[in-house]
Design a protein around this ligand. Sequence first.
Ligand SMILES: Nc1ncnc2c1ncn2[C@@H]1O[C@H](COP(=O)(O)OP(=O)(O)O)[C@@H](O)[C@H]1O
Ligand SMILES: [Mg+2]
Length: 227
Amino acid sequence: MNTGLQRIPSGIDGLDEMIKGGFPFPSVVLVAGSAGTGKTTFAMNFLMEGAKRGEQGLFFTTLSEPTQWMLRYAGQFDFVKKDYFGNEIRYEDMGLLLQREGYEELLDFIDDKIAETMPQRIVIDPITVVGAFLEEDYRLFLFELTNLLKNWQATTVLTGEVKPGEPYPAQISYAVDSVVILSMEEEEGTRRKYLEVLKMRGTDHTAGRQPLTITQKDGVIVLKSRF
Ligand SMILES: Nc1ncnc2c1ncn2[C@@H]1O[C@H](COP(=O)(O)OP(=O)(O)O)[C@@H](O)[C@H]1O
Ligand SMILES: [Mg+2]
C-alpha cells in the first residue's frame, strides 16, 4: 500500500530493504546501543549518503569533541569524504553549552543552528549525555526537542547510549517516530554485532535482529539474515 510517506535512503547498506525503502522524511529516529556498537558510524553513513545526494547535513556532538577529533575518527573510513565537512556536513559541538546552560538555551541553540543550515539530515550524538546534565528537565527537553524537530523538513538521527545489557532508553523511545537497536554479543570468542528495527512509523519492517558488520570501506552494513 502506498501511504504517501516520503522516504530517504538511510545510507546503511541492507537497512532500506528492511524498512520499505528508507527512513520516513521528515521523522525522528533513535539509534540506541551500548558503547562500540556502531552508533556514531551509523550516523556518519546517514550524513554521507545525504551529502552525496546534495542534501545538507548537521551533526551535533554532545561530547566536547573538537572538529579535528571527529575528522580523525571519521577519516579512517573510505566512505567518508572529508571535503564534505564544513560544507555539506556542518559540525556543532554542544559540550561547553551543556555544562553552562539549561534546557531552553540548548533547544534555542539547536533551533538556531537548524535555521542557519536548513539541513535535510540532522544527527545528535549521543543525546543521552544531555540527560546527565539536565536531570529533572531531561524529559521536558526530549519532548520539546522532538516537537521542534518536527517543525523542520528533516530526518533526525538521535543516538542513545545504554549500558551493556540494557535494552534501549525507554524515555526517548516514546518521543521518537522510529527506534533502531544496535547490539553486540560474545559468541564463540568472537564479538558479533546486530541491528534490530523495533519500530518505524508508518512502515512495515523486518522483525528480529539482523547480523551487522562494520568495515573500513563501507562503515555499518546489515548482512542478510542467516535464517
Ligand atoms: N577502521 C575500522 N574498520 C572496521 N571497524 C571499525 C573501524 N573503526 C571502528 N570500527 C568498529 O566500529 C566500532 C565503534 O563504532 P562507533 O560508531 O564508534 O560506536 P558507538 O558510537 O556506538 O560507540 C568499533 O567497535 C569497531 O568494531
Ligand atoms: Mg559514538
